[in-house]
Design a protein around this ligand. Structure first.
Ligand SMILES: [Zn+2]
Length: 484
Protein backbone atom coordinates (compact mmCIF):
# COMPACT_ATOMS: atom_id res chain seq x y z
CA UNK A 1 0.00 0.00 0.00
CA UNK A 2 1.26 3.42 -0.92
CA UNK A 3 1.95 5.89 1.80
CA UNK A 4 -0.10 9.02 1.48
CA UNK A 5 0.42 12.31 3.22
CA UNK A 6 -3.26 13.10 3.44
CA UNK A 7 -6.43 11.06 3.44
CA UNK A 8 -7.56 10.15 -0.03
CA UNK A 9 -10.72 11.85 -1.23
CA UNK A 10 -12.65 9.10 -2.93
CA UNK A 11 -15.83 8.31 -4.77
CA UNK A 12 -17.98 5.24 -4.31
CA UNK A 13 -19.27 3.74 -7.51
CA UNK A 14 -22.38 1.55 -7.34
CA UNK A 15 -24.37 0.03 -10.12
CA UNK A 16 -27.91 -1.32 -10.19
CA UNK A 17 -28.02 -4.53 -12.11
CA UNK A 18 -30.41 -7.39 -12.48
CA UNK A 19 -27.75 -10.06 -12.54
CA UNK A 20 -27.69 -12.42 -9.66
CA UNK A 21 -23.96 -12.67 -9.11
CA UNK A 22 -23.19 -11.14 -5.80
CA UNK A 23 -26.59 -12.30 -4.57
CA UNK A 24 -28.64 -9.69 -6.46
CA UNK A 25 -26.84 -7.11 -4.44
CA UNK A 26 -28.82 -3.96 -3.78
CA UNK A 27 -27.37 -0.51 -4.19
CA UNK A 28 -27.60 0.23 -0.50
CA UNK A 29 -25.61 -2.82 0.44
CA UNK A 30 -22.94 -1.98 -2.16
CA UNK A 31 -22.68 1.52 -0.74
CA UNK A 32 -22.62 0.36 2.89
CA UNK A 33 -19.84 -2.11 2.21
CA UNK A 34 -17.82 0.52 0.38
CA UNK A 35 -18.23 3.03 3.23
CA UNK A 36 -16.97 0.44 5.71
CA UNK A 37 -14.02 -0.21 3.42
CA UNK A 38 -13.30 3.53 3.18
CA UNK A 39 -13.37 3.82 6.98
CA UNK A 40 -10.94 0.91 7.37
CA UNK A 41 -8.55 2.50 4.87
CA UNK A 42 -8.86 5.95 6.40
CA UNK A 43 -10.23 7.33 3.10
CA UNK A 44 -12.69 10.17 2.92
CA UNK A 45 -15.79 9.61 0.80
CA UNK A 46 -16.68 12.79 -1.11
CA UNK A 47 -18.78 11.48 -4.01
CA UNK A 48 -21.33 8.80 -4.71
CA UNK A 49 -21.86 7.61 -8.27
CA UNK A 50 -24.95 5.55 -9.10
CA UNK A 51 -25.76 4.10 -12.50
CA UNK A 52 -28.92 2.27 -13.33
CA UNK A 53 -27.45 -0.17 -15.75
CA UNK A 54 -29.87 -3.01 -15.58
CA UNK A 55 -28.57 -4.66 -18.68
CA UNK A 56 -24.81 -4.90 -18.58
CA UNK A 57 -24.84 -6.32 -22.09
CA UNK A 58 -26.44 -3.31 -23.71
CA UNK A 59 -23.56 -1.38 -25.21
CA UNK A 60 -25.68 1.53 -26.33
CA UNK A 61 -26.49 2.48 -22.81
CA UNK A 62 -24.26 5.27 -21.58
CA UNK A 63 -23.42 5.07 -17.94
CA UNK A 64 -23.83 8.69 -16.99
CA UNK A 65 -22.33 8.57 -13.52
CA UNK A 66 -19.43 6.45 -14.74
CA UNK A 67 -18.61 9.28 -17.14
CA UNK A 68 -18.94 11.79 -14.30
CA UNK A 69 -16.58 9.71 -12.19
CA UNK A 70 -13.95 9.65 -14.96
CA UNK A 71 -14.24 13.43 -15.27
CA UNK A 72 -13.77 13.81 -11.50
CA UNK A 73 -10.64 11.67 -11.64
CA UNK A 74 -9.31 13.76 -14.51
CA UNK A 75 -9.97 17.03 -12.71
CA UNK A 76 -8.39 15.75 -9.51
CA UNK A 77 -11.63 16.11 -7.56
CA UNK A 78 -11.20 12.51 -6.41
CA UNK A 79 -8.08 10.38 -6.18
CA UNK A 80 -9.61 7.08 -5.20
CA UNK A 81 -12.49 4.84 -6.24
CA UNK A 82 -14.33 2.24 -4.23
CA UNK A 83 -16.58 -0.40 -5.70
CA UNK A 84 -18.08 -3.61 -4.44
CA UNK A 85 -16.57 -5.77 -7.17
CA UNK A 86 -14.66 -4.95 -10.38
CA UNK A 87 -17.68 -6.13 -12.34
CA UNK A 88 -19.72 -3.26 -10.85
CA UNK A 89 -17.12 -0.82 -12.11
CA UNK A 90 -16.67 -1.91 -15.71
CA UNK A 91 -18.29 -4.57 -17.82
CA UNK A 92 -17.03 -3.65 -21.27
CA UNK A 93 -13.28 -3.79 -22.05
CA UNK A 94 -13.54 -0.28 -23.51
CA UNK A 95 -14.69 1.04 -20.16
CA UNK A 96 -11.69 -0.50 -18.43
CA UNK A 97 -9.29 0.92 -21.02
CA UNK A 98 -10.69 4.42 -20.42
CA UNK A 99 -10.08 3.93 -16.75
CA UNK A 100 -6.54 2.63 -17.29
CA UNK A 101 -5.59 5.70 -19.34
CA UNK A 102 -6.79 7.99 -16.59
CA UNK A 103 -5.14 5.98 -13.80
CA UNK A 104 -1.81 6.12 -15.59
CA UNK A 105 -1.98 9.89 -15.77
CA UNK A 106 -3.21 10.42 -12.22
CA UNK A 107 -2.33 9.04 -8.82
CA UNK A 108 -5.53 7.14 -8.20
CA UNK A 109 -6.18 4.04 -6.17
CA UNK A 110 -9.03 1.64 -6.74
CA UNK A 111 -10.27 -0.78 -4.13
CA UNK A 112 -13.04 -3.31 -4.28
CA UNK A 113 -14.68 -5.06 -1.42
CA UNK A 114 -14.59 -8.46 -3.10
CA UNK A 115 -11.34 -8.43 -5.11
CA UNK A 116 -9.18 -6.10 -3.03
CA UNK A 117 -6.90 -3.61 -4.68
CA UNK A 118 -7.22 -3.07 -8.38
CA UNK A 119 -3.76 -1.89 -9.28
CA UNK A 120 -3.94 -0.34 -12.72
CA UNK A 121 -0.53 1.28 -12.46
CA UNK A 122 1.45 -1.93 -13.10
CA UNK A 123 1.31 -4.32 -16.07
CA UNK A 124 0.46 -7.25 -13.79
CA UNK A 125 -2.33 -5.30 -12.11
CA UNK A 126 -3.75 -4.27 -15.47
CA UNK A 127 -3.62 -7.84 -16.75
CA UNK A 128 -5.46 -8.90 -13.63
CA UNK A 129 -8.07 -6.19 -14.10
CA UNK A 130 -8.54 -7.11 -17.77
CA UNK A 131 -9.00 -10.72 -16.86
CA UNK A 132 -11.59 -9.86 -14.26
CA UNK A 133 -13.38 -7.79 -16.90
CA UNK A 134 -13.17 -10.53 -19.48
CA UNK A 135 -14.58 -13.04 -17.04
CA UNK A 136 -17.48 -10.75 -16.20
CA UNK A 137 -18.17 -10.18 -19.91
CA UNK A 138 -17.98 -13.88 -20.61
CA UNK A 139 -20.42 -14.55 -17.82
CA UNK A 140 -22.90 -12.01 -19.14
CA UNK A 141 -22.81 -13.43 -22.64
CA UNK A 142 -22.73 -16.98 -21.49
CA UNK A 143 -25.62 -16.39 -19.13
CA UNK A 144 -27.79 -14.87 -21.86
CA UNK A 145 -27.07 -17.73 -24.17
CA UNK A 146 -27.74 -20.23 -21.44
CA UNK A 147 -31.01 -18.59 -20.45
CA UNK A 148 -32.28 -18.35 -24.01
CA UNK A 149 -31.46 -21.95 -24.68
CA UNK A 150 -33.07 -23.03 -21.44
CA UNK A 151 -36.26 -21.05 -22.02
CA UNK A 152 -36.62 -22.51 -25.47
CA UNK A 153 -36.00 -26.01 -24.18
CA UNK A 154 -38.56 -25.61 -21.43
CA UNK A 155 -41.21 -24.12 -23.65
CA UNK A 156 -40.76 -26.94 -26.13
CA UNK A 157 -40.88 -29.60 -23.48
CA UNK A 158 -43.83 -28.03 -21.69
CA UNK A 159 -41.76 -28.30 -18.60
CA UNK A 160 -41.02 -25.84 -15.91
CA UNK A 161 -39.20 -22.58 -15.95
CA UNK A 162 -36.40 -22.72 -13.41
CA UNK A 163 -36.94 -19.11 -12.51
CA UNK A 164 -40.09 -17.84 -10.89
CA UNK A 165 -41.65 -19.12 -7.75
CA UNK A 166 -43.51 -22.25 -6.90
CA UNK A 167 -46.95 -22.34 -8.52
CA UNK A 168 -49.84 -22.50 -6.06
CA UNK A 169 -51.28 -26.02 -5.91
CA UNK A 170 -47.96 -27.72 -6.53
CA UNK A 171 -45.08 -28.95 -4.49
CA UNK A 172 -41.83 -28.24 -6.27
CA UNK A 173 -39.12 -30.90 -6.23
CA UNK A 174 -35.61 -29.57 -6.73
CA UNK A 175 -32.23 -31.05 -7.50
CA UNK A 176 -29.51 -29.34 -5.49
CA UNK A 177 -29.90 -26.25 -3.36
CA UNK A 178 -29.35 -22.52 -3.63
CA UNK A 179 -30.14 -20.22 -6.54
CA UNK A 180 -28.78 -22.65 -9.13
CA UNK A 181 -30.94 -25.55 -8.08
CA UNK A 182 -32.91 -27.27 -10.81
CA UNK A 183 -36.62 -27.95 -10.84
CA UNK A 184 -37.18 -31.63 -11.44
CA UNK A 185 -40.88 -32.00 -10.95
CA UNK A 186 -44.06 -30.23 -9.90
CA UNK A 187 -46.25 -32.54 -7.84
CA UNK A 188 -49.79 -31.79 -6.76
CA UNK A 189 -50.02 -30.40 -3.26
CA UNK A 190 -53.31 -31.88 -2.09
CA UNK A 191 -54.15 -29.18 0.44
CA UNK A 192 -53.71 -26.35 -2.04
CA UNK A 193 -55.22 -28.32 -4.89
CA UNK A 194 -58.38 -28.70 -2.83
CA UNK A 195 -58.62 -24.93 -2.52
CA UNK A 196 -58.16 -24.51 -6.27
CA UNK A 197 -60.93 -27.01 -7.03
CA UNK A 198 -63.22 -25.24 -4.58
CA UNK A 199 -62.49 -21.79 -6.08
CA UNK A 200 -62.92 -23.08 -9.62
CA UNK A 201 -66.25 -24.65 -8.70
CA UNK A 202 -67.49 -21.50 -7.05
CA UNK A 203 -66.30 -19.26 -9.87
CA UNK A 204 -68.07 -21.53 -12.32
CA UNK A 205 -71.22 -21.25 -10.27
CA UNK A 206 -70.97 -17.52 -10.75
CA UNK A 207 -69.46 -16.34 -7.49
CA UNK A 208 -67.46 -13.19 -8.13
CA UNK A 209 -63.70 -13.13 -7.90
CA UNK A 210 -63.93 -10.30 -5.38
CA UNK A 211 -65.95 -12.52 -3.10
CA UNK A 212 -63.54 -15.45 -3.59
CA UNK A 213 -60.55 -13.27 -2.81
CA UNK A 214 -62.16 -11.74 0.28
CA UNK A 215 -63.20 -15.16 1.59
CA UNK A 216 -59.76 -16.67 0.88
CA UNK A 217 -57.88 -13.87 2.58
CA UNK A 218 -60.38 -13.94 5.43
CA UNK A 219 -59.51 -17.58 6.01
CA UNK A 220 -55.82 -16.72 6.04
CA UNK A 221 -54.96 -18.80 2.97
CA UNK A 222 -51.71 -17.44 1.53
CA UNK A 223 -50.31 -17.46 -2.01
CA UNK A 224 -47.27 -19.61 -2.78
CA UNK A 225 -45.02 -16.69 -1.86
CA UNK A 226 -46.78 -16.21 1.46
CA UNK A 227 -48.72 -13.07 0.55
CA UNK A 228 -52.40 -12.20 0.47
CA UNK A 229 -54.44 -12.98 -2.64
CA UNK A 230 -55.24 -10.19 -5.07
CA UNK A 231 -58.04 -10.00 -7.61
CA UNK A 232 -55.53 -10.20 -10.46
CA UNK A 233 -53.63 -13.05 -8.86
CA UNK A 234 -56.79 -15.10 -8.37
CA UNK A 235 -58.00 -14.36 -11.88
CA UNK A 236 -54.65 -15.17 -13.44
CA UNK A 237 -54.43 -18.49 -11.61
CA UNK A 238 -57.99 -19.61 -12.33
CA UNK A 239 -57.61 -18.73 -16.02
CA UNK A 240 -54.21 -20.37 -16.36
CA UNK A 241 -53.77 -23.55 -18.35
CA UNK A 242 -51.25 -24.64 -15.76
CA UNK A 243 -53.85 -25.82 -13.24
CA UNK A 244 -55.41 -27.99 -15.95
CA UNK A 245 -52.02 -29.51 -16.81
CA UNK A 246 -51.74 -27.55 -20.03
CA UNK A 247 -48.74 -25.66 -21.26
CA UNK A 248 -49.11 -22.13 -22.48
CA UNK A 249 -46.93 -19.97 -24.62
CA UNK A 250 -47.78 -16.28 -24.76
CA UNK A 251 -51.12 -17.07 -23.11
CA UNK A 252 -52.11 -19.57 -25.80
CA UNK A 253 -52.54 -23.21 -24.93
CA UNK A 254 -49.97 -25.19 -26.89
CA UNK A 255 -50.54 -28.70 -25.56
CA UNK A 256 -50.30 -31.00 -22.61
CA UNK A 257 -47.70 -30.21 -19.97
CA UNK A 258 -45.52 -32.62 -18.04
CA UNK A 259 -47.09 -31.65 -14.72
CA UNK A 260 -50.45 -33.06 -13.64
CA UNK A 261 -53.65 -31.04 -13.86
CA UNK A 262 -55.72 -30.08 -10.84
CA UNK A 263 -58.95 -29.24 -12.69
CA UNK A 264 -60.32 -30.73 -15.91
CA UNK A 265 -59.67 -29.25 -19.33
CA UNK A 266 -63.40 -28.67 -19.74
CA UNK A 267 -63.52 -26.61 -16.54
CA UNK A 268 -60.47 -24.71 -17.69
CA UNK A 269 -62.18 -23.76 -20.95
CA UNK A 270 -65.28 -22.62 -19.08
CA UNK A 271 -63.28 -20.59 -16.56
CA UNK A 272 -61.36 -18.91 -19.33
CA UNK A 273 -64.48 -17.88 -21.17
CA UNK A 274 -66.33 -16.80 -18.04
CA UNK A 275 -63.58 -14.84 -16.37
CA UNK A 276 -62.51 -12.97 -19.46
CA UNK A 277 -66.12 -11.97 -19.96
CA UNK A 278 -66.54 -10.96 -16.36
CA UNK A 279 -63.49 -8.76 -16.51
CA UNK A 280 -65.18 -6.79 -19.24
CA UNK A 281 -68.38 -6.55 -17.29
CA UNK A 282 -66.51 -5.39 -14.23
CA UNK A 283 -64.87 -2.69 -16.28
CA UNK A 284 -68.23 -1.60 -17.67
CA UNK A 285 -69.97 -1.33 -14.33
CA UNK A 286 -67.10 -1.14 -11.91
CA UNK A 287 -69.12 1.01 -9.55
CA UNK A 288 -71.71 -1.67 -8.93
CA UNK A 289 -69.60 -3.91 -6.74
CA UNK A 290 -71.15 -2.38 -3.67
CA UNK A 291 -71.14 -4.17 -0.38
CA UNK A 292 -74.95 -4.12 -0.19
CA UNK A 293 -75.28 -5.93 -3.50
CA UNK A 294 -72.83 -8.51 -2.17
CA UNK A 295 -74.83 -8.90 0.99
CA UNK A 296 -78.15 -9.77 -0.67
CA UNK A 297 -78.03 -12.67 -3.10
CA UNK A 298 -81.09 -11.63 -5.13
CA UNK A 299 -79.76 -8.16 -5.96
CA UNK A 300 -79.82 -7.38 -9.62
CA UNK A 301 -82.64 -9.83 -10.34
CA UNK A 302 -85.50 -8.06 -8.57
CA UNK A 303 -87.56 -5.78 -10.80
CA UNK A 304 -90.68 -3.67 -10.46
CA UNK A 305 -93.55 -4.07 -12.96
CA UNK A 306 -94.43 -0.36 -12.91
CA UNK A 307 -92.37 0.34 -16.01
CA UNK A 308 -92.51 -1.38 -19.41
CA UNK A 309 -88.93 -2.52 -19.22
CA UNK A 310 -89.12 -3.72 -15.59
CA UNK A 311 -86.91 -1.38 -13.67
CA UNK A 312 -84.39 -2.85 -11.27
CA UNK A 313 -85.24 -2.41 -7.58
CA UNK A 314 -82.45 -1.30 -5.28
CA UNK A 315 -81.64 -2.44 -1.78
CA UNK A 316 -82.53 0.00 1.01
CA UNK A 317 -80.89 -1.60 4.00
CA UNK A 318 -81.57 1.28 6.36
CA UNK A 319 -85.30 1.35 5.73
CA UNK A 320 -87.99 1.58 8.44
CA UNK A 321 -89.38 -0.92 10.93
CA UNK A 322 -89.68 -3.71 8.35
CA UNK A 323 -85.95 -4.19 7.97
CA UNK A 324 -84.12 -4.01 4.66
CA UNK A 325 -86.23 -3.88 1.51
CA UNK A 326 -85.86 -3.74 -2.24
CA UNK A 327 -87.25 -0.44 -3.39
CA UNK A 328 -88.24 0.84 -6.83
CA UNK A 329 -86.17 3.90 -7.85
CA UNK A 330 -87.85 7.34 -7.61
CA UNK A 331 -89.96 8.72 -10.47
CA UNK A 332 -87.11 10.93 -11.65
CA UNK A 333 -85.04 7.79 -12.26
CA UNK A 334 -87.76 6.04 -14.23
CA UNK A 335 -89.40 4.09 -11.41
CA UNK A 336 -92.55 4.54 -9.33
CA UNK A 337 -90.64 5.37 -6.19
CA UNK A 338 -93.07 3.62 -3.91
CA UNK A 339 -93.03 -0.13 -4.33
CA UNK A 340 -91.03 -2.10 -1.79
CA UNK A 341 -90.63 -5.71 -0.79
CA UNK A 342 -89.00 -7.05 2.34
CA UNK A 343 -85.71 -8.72 1.52
CA UNK A 344 -86.04 -11.38 4.22
CA UNK A 345 -89.47 -12.47 2.96
CA UNK A 346 -88.33 -12.55 -0.64
CA UNK A 347 -85.19 -14.54 0.15
CA UNK A 348 -87.15 -17.12 2.11
CA UNK A 349 -89.61 -17.52 -0.75
CA UNK A 350 -86.87 -17.82 -3.37
CA UNK A 351 -84.98 -20.43 -1.38
CA UNK A 352 -88.10 -22.58 -1.30
CA UNK A 353 -88.67 -21.99 -5.01
CA UNK A 354 -85.07 -22.92 -5.76
CA UNK A 355 -85.16 -26.21 -3.88
CA UNK A 356 -88.48 -27.03 -5.46
CA UNK A 357 -87.10 -26.25 -8.89
CA UNK A 358 -84.09 -28.48 -8.34
CA UNK A 359 -86.34 -31.35 -7.24
CA UNK A 360 -88.54 -31.10 -10.26
CA UNK A 361 -85.85 -30.93 -12.97
CA UNK A 362 -84.78 -34.22 -14.44
CA UNK A 363 -81.06 -34.63 -14.38
CA UNK A 364 -79.83 -33.57 -17.79
CA UNK A 365 -78.66 -36.51 -19.83
CA UNK A 366 -76.02 -36.37 -22.50
CA UNK A 367 -78.47 -35.71 -25.30
CA UNK A 368 -80.36 -32.69 -23.99
CA UNK A 369 -82.01 -31.23 -27.09
CA UNK A 370 -81.73 -27.78 -25.55
CA UNK A 371 -77.96 -28.07 -25.29
CA UNK A 372 -76.60 -25.31 -27.54
CA UNK A 373 -73.04 -26.54 -27.34
CA UNK A 374 -72.86 -28.94 -30.33
CA UNK A 375 -74.14 -26.21 -32.64
CA UNK A 376 -71.76 -23.68 -31.09
CA UNK A 377 -68.83 -26.07 -31.49
CA UNK A 378 -69.61 -26.38 -35.17
CA UNK A 379 -69.70 -22.63 -35.64
CA UNK A 380 -66.55 -22.15 -33.62
CA UNK A 381 -64.70 -24.63 -35.77
CA UNK A 382 -65.82 -22.89 -38.95
CA UNK A 383 -64.92 -19.41 -37.68
CA UNK A 384 -61.56 -20.47 -36.36
CA UNK A 385 -60.72 -22.03 -39.72
CA UNK A 386 -61.78 -18.83 -41.43
CA UNK A 387 -59.55 -16.74 -39.14
CA UNK A 388 -56.65 -19.00 -40.10
CA UNK A 389 -57.38 -18.45 -43.80
CA UNK A 390 -57.61 -14.69 -43.35
CA UNK A 391 -54.25 -14.67 -41.58
CA UNK A 392 -52.78 -16.48 -44.57
CA UNK A 393 -54.30 -13.86 -46.84
CA UNK A 394 -52.77 -11.16 -44.72
CA UNK A 395 -49.38 -12.64 -45.58
CA UNK A 396 -50.17 -12.84 -49.29
CA UNK A 397 -50.89 -9.14 -49.39
CA UNK A 398 -53.45 -9.29 -52.21
CA UNK A 399 -56.20 -7.55 -50.24
CA UNK A 400 -55.83 -4.39 -48.11
CA UNK A 401 -54.55 -5.43 -44.70
CA UNK A 402 -57.05 -3.26 -42.87
CA UNK A 403 -60.00 -4.94 -44.56
CA UNK A 404 -58.70 -8.38 -43.61
CA UNK A 405 -57.94 -7.27 -40.06
CA UNK A 406 -61.48 -6.00 -39.65
CA UNK A 407 -62.86 -9.34 -40.78
CA UNK A 408 -60.57 -11.14 -38.34
CA UNK A 409 -61.70 -8.86 -35.49
CA UNK A 410 -65.37 -9.49 -36.28
CA UNK A 411 -64.83 -13.24 -36.32
CA UNK A 412 -62.85 -13.11 -33.09
CA UNK A 413 -65.62 -11.30 -31.28
CA UNK A 414 -68.14 -13.85 -32.60
CA UNK A 415 -65.85 -16.62 -31.36
CA UNK A 416 -65.61 -15.04 -27.92
CA UNK A 417 -69.39 -14.69 -27.74
CA UNK A 418 -69.99 -18.31 -28.71
CA UNK A 419 -67.41 -19.53 -26.19
CA UNK A 420 -69.19 -17.53 -23.55
CA UNK A 421 -72.57 -18.99 -24.44
CA UNK A 422 -71.18 -22.50 -24.23
CA UNK A 423 -69.59 -21.71 -20.87
CA UNK A 424 -72.81 -20.25 -19.50
CA UNK A 425 -74.69 -23.38 -20.43
CA UNK A 426 -72.03 -25.48 -18.71
CA UNK A 427 -72.45 -23.38 -15.59
CA UNK A 428 -76.21 -23.88 -15.61
CA UNK A 429 -75.96 -27.65 -16.01
CA UNK A 430 -73.39 -27.74 -13.27
CA UNK A 431 -75.76 -26.05 -10.84
CA UNK A 432 -78.59 -28.35 -11.91
CA UNK A 433 -76.41 -31.40 -11.32
CA UNK A 434 -76.26 -30.59 -7.64
CA UNK A 435 -79.13 -32.43 -6.03
CA UNK A 436 -81.72 -30.41 -4.15
CA UNK A 437 -80.89 -32.30 -0.99
CA UNK A 438 -77.19 -31.58 -1.30
CA UNK A 439 -77.81 -27.89 -1.91
CA UNK A 440 -80.25 -27.65 0.98
CA UNK A 441 -77.63 -29.09 3.32
CA UNK A 442 -74.89 -26.74 2.17
CA UNK A 443 -77.02 -23.67 1.49
CA UNK A 444 -76.65 -22.23 4.99
CA UNK A 445 -72.87 -22.21 4.62
CA UNK A 446 -72.89 -20.51 1.23
CA UNK A 447 -71.70 -16.91 1.18
CA UNK A 448 -74.23 -14.41 -0.23
CA UNK A 449 -72.05 -14.00 -3.31
CA UNK A 450 -72.14 -17.73 -3.90
CA UNK A 451 -75.89 -17.86 -3.49
CA UNK A 452 -76.07 -14.97 -5.93
CA UNK A 453 -74.11 -17.05 -8.42
CA UNK A 454 -76.55 -19.93 -8.13
CA UNK A 455 -79.59 -17.67 -8.52
CA UNK A 456 -78.14 -15.81 -11.46
CA UNK A 457 -77.30 -18.96 -13.33
CA UNK A 458 -80.91 -20.17 -13.09
CA UNK A 459 -83.12 -17.09 -12.91
CA UNK A 460 -83.66 -14.46 -15.58
CA UNK A 461 -85.68 -12.07 -13.45
CA UNK A 462 -87.94 -11.79 -10.43
CA UNK A 463 -90.93 -9.49 -10.96
CA UNK A 464 -92.55 -7.70 -8.06
CA UNK A 465 -96.25 -6.83 -8.46
CA UNK A 466 -98.04 -4.07 -6.52
CA UNK A 467 -98.66 -4.54 -2.83
CA UNK A 468 -102.02 -6.00 -1.76
CA UNK A 469 -104.20 -5.35 1.28
CA UNK A 470 -103.68 -5.84 4.13
CA UNK A 471 -100.25 -4.32 3.54
CA UNK A 472 -98.69 -5.84 6.62
CA UNK A 473 -99.46 -9.40 5.46
CA UNK A 474 -96.91 -11.19 3.29
CA UNK A 475 -98.41 -12.18 -0.05
CA UNK A 476 -96.18 -14.53 -2.05
CA UNK A 477 -98.35 -14.04 -5.14
CA UNK A 478 -96.79 -10.63 -5.62
CA UNK A 479 -93.61 -12.42 -6.71
CA UNK A 480 -93.22 -13.93 -10.15
CA UNK A 481 -90.04 -15.86 -10.96
CA UNK A 482 -88.81 -16.31 -14.53
CA UNK A 483 -86.40 -19.20 -14.81
CA UNK A 484 -83.80 -19.46 -17.53
ZN1 LIG B 1 -91.90 0.64 -9.58
Amino acid sequence: MKATARARRVGIYVRISDDREGGGLGVQRQEDDCRLLAASLGWKVVELYIDNDVSASDRRKVRKDYRRMLADIESGHIDGVLAWHPDRLYRQPAELEDLIILIEANDVEIRTKMAGELDLSTPTGRLHARMLGAIAKYEVEHKQERILRKVQELVEAGTIHNGGHRPFGYERIYEGTGPRRKVIEDRIDETEAKYIRDWAKRALEGETLYSLVADTNGKGIKTSTGGAWSYQGMRYMLMSGRIAGLKEHKRQIVGKAVWPGIISEEDHQALRALLSDRAEQAKANGAQRTSTAQKYPLSGLVRCTCAEDHIRMKTSPSSNRKGPVYRCPPKGDGGCGGRTIKIADLERLLEKALFHKLEEVEPLDESDPGDPRPALEEKLEKWERRVGELKEELLDGDRPAREIQEAIDTLNSRIAKAQREAAEYSVKTRVLEVSAEELREEWEDYLPARKQGVYRSLIREILIHPATRPFNRWNPDRVEVFWK
